[in-house]
Design a protein. Sequence first.
Length: 478
Amino acid sequence: METEEREERGSGRSQNVVHTLPRSMASVPHFLTGPLERTDPAAGETQVLVITSDPESAVTLAETVLRMTGPGGIELFPVTTARRAARLMAGRPVLAVAASPRDIQDLVRGSHIKMTGIRTIVLAWADEILNGDPAGIEALESIMGELPNDAARVVVTSRSEGRVNAFAERYLRRARREVAEDMAGEPISLQYLTVSPTGRAAALRRLLDDLDPPSAAVIVSSEEAEVEVRRTLRLLGYADDSSSVRVSRGQVEAGTHAVIFFDVPGARELMSPAVAASPVTIVALTEPREVSAMRRLAGGEVKPFTLSAPGASAREREAAIRRELAGVLDSGLASREVLALEPLLDRHDGIEIAAAALRLLEKERMLRKGTGVESRTRSVTPPAAAPARGGFDRGSSPSSRPFGDRPQGGAGRGRGGPPRGAESPPDARGRPPRNDRSRPPRDDRGRTPRDDDRRPPRNDGGSPPRDGFMRPPRRDRP
């Protein structure tokens, strides 16, 4: 391997490459076969870094590499979270890693990846990575700045754009550019059905239910995809030798009604047999990020395929509302509703008034539905239990007890007295308890009456003289 690298350097051929390939897993062998073959298992350290836009792309690339190399080949380790990857990488050597820029930066900072041992770094696909968040781009620039000078740099992009070209000019010195040459021909018109990376089998089932074709060909690009498609068809009742739906690696019989690409074709030439068969419908199961690449690959009219099940469900709901309105009309309209809506006919058509009334009805139903859910939630939630009030504990200080357990108003202080308001027994001398002793009556101000207070009412407008001194009259009185 070192001899091949020296020969490559001696011939003047740069190790830095910019590939322009469709955004498809079928393109992975074109740019990852060489870097994986140049790894040295005896080194025992990470030698290949594959930077992706997100963890899902890293997992998809790892699955594709596993199909390429097999169980005994070089493993591409996908990083979904840096914390979990750090624990796994500490227990065994990892030769190739696929992760997002921020995850790789975290692993480098934790010394789980040593940049001095990196031989090749691959950006798949650079147009998606450079269109990401600024933090990811900053992490990517930090990684590129720490690479060894002799490390090979490979950039893969689905289209040549200004940001990718500027990145290549900055970090890929004298890079070679390799562009996939599509076969010249007429534009291809097809439809696509958007799916998730793990939902292709379910999407195929819904597509077959919707199309119900008399004959169909499902084109796959790998053995794993073929096994998955055959299992799905078997669950739907199709036999392995069924003539109505066939599984193919590219060959399509003439007169086939529908051709379904289970994966996005990696090159235009892979679509030629399907076009030559002149099918009625060509549908490709495509991830949302692969739609732009599919449009460039086909060159013709590419339209989304809409399943009829969601539309049929919506139409059924509308039909139910119309049946409900028809029932109200058949039962007879009350004069109050007619009189309330009649003035609106001067400015609006009858169908517009009915549509506005229908919108108010749906809004009211949604409000009632939300109120019902809230009431059910309240009925299910148990009420919070009130904190128990405990007595005074002589073994603990008042500050160590909760606030609700402190004695209030002197009650329960451990003096042996009865609770407030209860009758107390006589004391040792036979005297009645303090709260039962007779006390002189008090007036409404709480004062005990005195003899001098029982004097006749004053009629001179002032108080009687004291020691020959007469208080002057108040000025606010006449």
